[in-house]
Write a protein that binds this ligand. Sequence first.
Ligand code: SF4
Length: 385
Amino acid sequence: MTAVIIEPDARQKLAILGGEAADEVADAPASNSISEGIAHATGFLYDAKRAGGGTTRLFKVLQTNACRFACRYCFTSCAIRRKRTSFKPDELATTFISLSRRRLAEGLFLSSGIVPDADTTMEKMLGTVERLRLREGYTGYIHLKLIPGASYDMIERAVELADRVSLNLEAPSQERLSLLAPDKEFRESMWRRLVWAWQAIERRRAVGLPCARSITTQFVVGAAGESDRELMATIARARHEIGLGRSYFSAFHPIERSPFSELPAEDPMRAARLYQAEFLLRDYGFSAAELPFDTAGLLPRDVTPKQAWAERNLHEPVEVNRAPRAALLRVPGIGPKSADKLIAARRETRLRDIAQLKALGVTIGWAAPYVLLDGRHPARQLALW
Ligand code: SF4
């Protein structure tokens, strides 16, 4: 394996700042160019899943692990005694470019603790990215975290330089956020910064200037009593108001010596169901209000949200030879790709056999109870499989 040349001091910083950054990553299924769900992690390098298979190796690192905030779920909280250190922008840019030129990292994911204030922190992060883009000529993938409370100019510059920007909302509302992070403010410091990022993206896109392709966010799930309904309602609103792309979910796990060290860890299946519900909002045309919450506002864990929705609502089978795309997307086992293939195929031929559906990518076991093939229920055919 090729040796990575990193100055000794930077190497020590990397062990700390790369390790802590890796702790922050949420797990997620792939769906767009780089989903940033973990396929595999090795210290500060992790393999992000790509749509259509394969992975991209990202270097995930903090500019600093010093932070003046005391978020109760966070390893970097100032309430936890630990060794603190920071990368200077030059140092971090040199470290990353060394990894990149040796093809050990294909992209950068830069986050940071906040110290002494939002703008100073953001300025250092932007300094790192500017050195990469302008001095080193690096044109590869950069995901840059926006710092809550950063000024408009900083947000705009981040949008100019990065491929993706994100700001972790952590919770669906101020009320829930206050339980997780008593020092953080939801509406002005976080939501408004996302609005600014979206406005800057739209303005640059309109005149053909390069800019970040998407905005993402992340939620800590299970430590503030939030319901899935609250999360999905906030995500739906964010999609509408700030063009939110992906949402990531991090099932809470207690951190030693933190104020939440005694709280139970959240069931990872809850995060998995939230991802599936978020797909329904984003790619399947569902509204948040349609999702199959129970009386406590939670999604079922034993079946997918789409299956649960179909069991409650899909009382009439869908004729695959005639149904519009939106109706096909409501059928379990039919996704956006298989719906498009199905619509293309039925222009050429009448669909009469479940083997035809299978060849188009439909998951037969899920779809069969809910579809008609040329007026016939495929249950009898299914029994022969
Ligand atoms: S502001 Fe960020 S780094 Fe600081 S304690 Fe909160 S979550 Fe952790």
